[in-house]
Design a protein around this ligand. Sequence first.
Ligand SMILES: [Mn+2]
Length: 365
Amino acid sequence: MARRSADPDGCSTSKSTPGLRRSDRFLIGLQDFERVVFVSHVQPDPDSLGSMLGLAHLVETRLGKPTVVTRDGLISRAENRAMVDVLHLDLVPVEEVVWRENDAVVMVDSQPRTGRHTFPDAVPLFAVLDHHDTPGDLEGVAFTDIRSSHGATCSLVTKYLMEQGVVIPEKVATALLYGIETEVTGYPREACPADDAALLSLYPLADKDLIAQIRNARLPHSYFECMLQAMQSTFIYDRLLMSWVNPLPQPEQAAEVVDFMIRFEKVDYAVCGGVYEDTLVLSVRSAIENARAGELLRQVVGKLGRAGGHDRRAGGAIPLSSTAPSAIEDIQSELRRRFLKVMKLEDIRGQRLVPLRDMLENLQS
Ligand SMILES: [Mn+2]
């Protein structure tokens, strides 16, 4: 796995005092504050939720300070909703937080000014803990721990809890374990030994029945309608598969489509785009190593919107000035042109995943 920093841990930190571990410096830095508010990216995923929960537990047990765990935007994927339900997570919508002067704000699983948050940029951050390739603006942040070699932010948080000898309650262990699991079970796996070490320590502590309930969450009707539309709209260009769904029943469904489509043995890249409210949501997966999916999507999206992610998984969003069918078609064909150009597939004619003839026959039988 590529390590981007000269630091032996593959991470970047602001300043280091010899003899102090990162978790020590994190806690020392928080001592002067009255309350710790945890924030993450929009549509928080299990890695975000688990990381916030784990750090809140660390702060509460070691510093005895009150904490707030927030939710930015919707949680709509069935598994993620199930995680909130079965673990009874108490999340405060970030727009309802009354910011106090003596709050320490800690951002996890994301970086400042990447366009992935709705809370005001003016709120100063004390710390950022993340594992994304997408660089943010870390100026003025007292404590940073960014490790793009790690498969999950939850692995970092688990290390902090272990280092500090904090007993991890079942609920927190379950959230951390599921957070890591969702990030590292893809193929090829994007994980490092630290992720495996965290999984090993959490496994005996977590409630495996609850994990099974979350993993197999029941799905709404719209999920199946969306999957059908995705399959019917899918074209394959050599090793690239593209699906469009309009409208998306919820913003995270584009990711669910590509998670499914990337398993098609004939392709190395799967892209899904779909309109949710006034935004075109994009999701990319790759089945090969060094796919640089995040960079690829950033290149494709350019100034139209924002994009980022990891080596094999990426996401993006483009604000739409109009959601008229013709405007959506225009942006789709522009994105298709850009994907084919960036991937040097301009001369390839697309083939339907399901031939039209088959779709019609299925309808008649
Ligand atoms: Mn993550």
